[in-house]
Design a protein. Structure first.
Length: 227
């Protein structure tokens, strides 16, 4: 058990170091040597967990998808707003998420498959759009697959602009503005009237998601203990 815990901690230390180096230098310019120095581990320890720089990058990309439980809402359009706001908060506060986004947007990362995050970002948005359409929340012209890609693509551009101009300090304001422009072309006016797209939504939905995740983890532990 102790060895397993050490292995988990070592892997996390390597991922954290890789995230820092990838975010600072980009995929192409980063080296295994720099990551080893930052992590404070041996080459053997690193290669036990990751066989290459590409595998390290994929590990960082996967690690940004932290399992946080978003609360269900009667309005599925509100859930879409909450997905965007949750990612916004994490992008401003979580180095692993920032590094994952940097890698995803890095057009110089030749040979690195950057498609996974775009698909994983679009999938939950598309699912909510389909449910929102079934509930009559959307305007007639909305096609969930197309609209999900528009939301994800627009967000990718806005976060990239925010990173360049303010190192994400103004991201919440920019995202709120983006939503105020996008949602009237997607949702029925009756739905728009009740949407919370305020800047404070980002922090509050994160706190709510963390509580939900902790409660779920507690239920799982209790179920395991009950046998």
């Amino acid at each position: 058990m102790a060895e397993q815990v050490r292995a988990i901690r070592t892997r996390q230390a390597i991922l954290s170091a890789a995230a820092k180096i990838f975010e600072e230098r980009g995929f192409q310019a980063s080296t295994i040597s720099e990551i080893l120095t930052e992590a404070g581990v041996t080459k053997g320890a690193l290669y036990f967990h990751f066989q290459s720089k590409d595998e390290l990058a994929q590990g960082v990309l996967a690690a940004q998808n932290q399992n946080l439980v978003l609360p269900e809402r009667a309005s599925k359009v509100q859930e879409i707003v909450d997905i965007v706001m949750l990612h916004t908060y994490r992008l401003q506060t979580d180095p692993m998420v920032r590094a994952g986004v940097r890698l995803t947007m890095d057009q110089l990362a030749h040979g690195l498959d950057r498609s996974g995050p775009f698909r994983s970002w679009a999938a939950p948005v598309r699912e909510r759009l389909e449910k929102a359409r079934a509930q009559g929340e959307l305007l007639p012209h909305v096609v969930p697959t197309e609209t999900a890609d528009v939301i994800v693509g627009s967000y990718a551009g806005i976060q990239s602009m925010s990173q360049a101009l303010s190192d994400y300090r103004d991201l919440t304001g920019r995202v709120t503005t983006l939503l105020r422009h996008l949602m009237p072309s997607i949702a029925q006016s009756s739905v728009l009237a009740s949407l919370d797209m305020s800047e404070s939504r980002a922090a509050s939905i994160y706190a709510e998601a963390v509580r939900g995740s902790q409660e779920l983890a507690g239920l799982k532990e209790a179920a395991v203990a009950a046998g």
